[in-house]
Design a protein around this ligand. Structure first.
Ligand code: NAP
Length: 278
């Protein structure tokens, strides 16, 4: 299956959909991740805190797809926000993955009360210059966090990975990212366990286009210009989730799904201003 790509602000390309690997672990995790690569995913999302970088590396080797076709993304945890710690953390990720570079590396959460995310960002800027990391970005950053790191380094993240699903459509953050030239990636893009598969606008669009509700939600993500990274351990769902480029939602269908959003729609209250994740 041919997956379209987006051009990032650093001249590199990002697949329009990726594969989320949390909480895939162990042999079953390796099998599921290798299956995802086999059905066509080329963007793989992992993190130090998922504890599965070793499994992701093994799945890559097992799948046998040329390395240059893959976009492997990991993330620096809050406890590694100091400049030297962030460099060390990245070397650890590469070692566990068994790779000589990451294609995308993110600051996982800003943890603003700790006040060190700008040091982690400076480390990513230098790691990119060194070639150990191809594209650099952030996750769960607000407009204030973004403007601070851009002001301090002159370097704009290529990606901001944020919680984004129909119950939390992130209208404002998507606009901030777009204004700054940052590509939005969507975590928990289906809404995880609260996936709004039976909500009338989702069910009606699925019926109208002859597709599954999950495909409607992922197509909504694609048409928003956001890059969803759905996780599934099930090969048939992995394939189904990838198959969202053969139909188009109408403007009314798009608007009706976005209107499912609600202020308290976050899955676990992960407000980047207050959520601490080390
Ligand atoms: P998600 O992708 O929205 O949902 C995953 C759940 O939906 C799984 O239980 C999966 O079950 C099920 N599912 C998948 N496809 C389906 C389909 N077609 N029909 C019905 N059910 C389906 O949520 P997520 O795993 O929380 O998020 C995805 C990725 O985002 C994570 O894996 C991780 O890489 C990333 N993430 C990042 C952050 C961050 O702070 N940056 C936070 C959370 C997550 P089965 O596996 O049984 O198919």
């Amino acid at each position: 299956m041919e997956i379209p790509t987006h051009d990032l602000n650093d001249g590199r390309a990002l697949p329009a959909i990726g594969f989320g690997t949390y909480p895939l672990e162990g042999d079953e995790g390796i099998t599921a991740i290798a299956s995802a690569i086999g059905v066509g995913y080329r963007l793989l999302d992992t993190a130090v805190n998922y504890g599965n970088e070793t499994e992701v590396g093994e799945a890559i080797r097992r799948a046998g797809v040329p390395r240059e076709e893959l976009v492997v993304c990991s993330k620096i945890p809050g406890r590694d926000h100091g400049y030297d710690d962030a460099i060390r953390s990245t070397h650890g990720s590469l070692e566990r993955l068994g790779l000589d570079h990451l294609d995308l590396h993110l600051v996982h959460w800003p943890n603003p009360d700790r006040g060190r995310y700008a040091d982690a960002w400076r480390a990513l800027v230098d790691l990119q210059k060194e070639g150990l990391v191809r594209s650099i970005g952030v996750s769960n950053f607000t407009g204030d966090h973004l403007r601070r790191i851009i002001d301090e380094t002159g370097v704009t993240p290529a990606v901001n990975q944020i919680e984004l699903h129909p119950y939390f459509p992130q209208v404002e953050m998507r606009a901030v990212n777009a204004e700054l030239g940052i590509r939005t990636e969507s975590w928990s893009p289906l809404g995880k366990r609260q996936a709004p598969f039976t909500e009338p606008p989702v069910a009606a669009a699925a019926e109208a286009h002859g597709v599954q509700p999950g495909q409607v939600i992922l197509r909504w993500q694609v048409q928003l210009g956001a890059v969803p990274i759905p996780k599934s351990a099930t090969p048939s769902r992995q394939l189904e989730n990838l198959d969202v480029f053969g139909f188009e939602l109408t403007d009314d269908e798009m608007a009706a799904i976005t209107a499912l959003g609600r202020p308290a729609g976050r899955l676990f209250g992960g407000d980047p201003e207050s959520h601490e994740e080390m």
